[in-house]
Design a protein around this ligand. Structure first.
Ligand code: SF4
Length: 80
């Protein structure tokens, strides 16, 4: 509920994406079509989920991103 990152997976449509709230660039959307910035997320992470715009922006966990560490498929990485 307080995460700065939301993953969206639609198995039926074989589609996935994520939205990340950042301090400097607003919302960052990552999709198979590419990366885009500053758009309102259409997905909120499920019923009752706190909308991404109300959450704290990503602070990179002080340089040691936990989401990258725990991602079960290794699809997240930090590029600097
Ligand atoms: S780096 Fe940390 S604050 Fe940013 S999305 Fe990942 S877990 Fe959340």
């Amino acid at each position: 509920m307080s995460s700065s990152i939301i993953l969206h997976i639609d198995d039926k449509a074989d589609y996935f994406g994520l939205v990340l709230k950042t301090k400097s660039e607003g919302l960052v959307l990552g999709r198979p079509e590419g990366v885009s910035y500053g758009q309102q997320s259409s997905g909120s992470g499920g019923p009752g989920a706190k909308p991404i715009l109300l959450r704290e922006p990503c602070d990179l966990c002080g340089g040691d991103p936990r989401c990258v560490k725990i991602c079960p498929t290794g699809c997240l990485s930090l590029e600097v």
